[in-house]
Write a protein of this length. Structure first.
Length: 127
């Protein structure tokens, strides 16, 4: 996948976009970077450990790395509509297109909230 384009649809190669985050060789410095890397983790499947590590423990509930690793949809496209952060709080408004297990198209629209803890951005919840 290293020479392929990143699943986050940034237009950049995976190796210089979300790849370093999923490999843990780099940490997301912005909420937009974290959002894109988490989308890539969902799109690729098999990265439940990364998703759990970047999920605030107070809102992760009973989620497990195994359950988050399952590829439930065929994610097609991510569009970041808005993002901002002030201090240790941030948000990303996005749309993500997918195909379900029957091949039917779907659209997820969400405003994700993030919080920075000990210098690391974590997904908190969504509106």
């Amino acid at each position: 996948m290293s020479s392929d384009l990143c699943p986050c649809t940034s237009g950049k190669p995976f190796a210089s976009c979300c790849g370093p985050y999923l490999a843990r060789s780099s940490k997301a410095k912005t909420v937009k970077q974290l959002m894109r890397s988490r989308y890539s983790a969902f799109a690729l499947g098999g990265h439940g450990d990364y998703l759990l590590e970047t999920w605030h423990p107070g809102s992760a509930g009973a989620l497990t790395a195994e359950s988050l690793s399952a590829k439930t949809f065929n994610w097609q496209d991510l569009t970041i509509l808005d993002f901002r952060h002030k201090g240790d709080e941030g948000m990303v408004k996005f749309e993500a297109r997918y195909l379900d297990h029957e091949g039917k198209p779907g659209l997820l629209q969400e405003v994700s909230r993030f919080i920075r803890v000990s210098g690391l951005w974590l997904y908190l919840d969504s509106e």
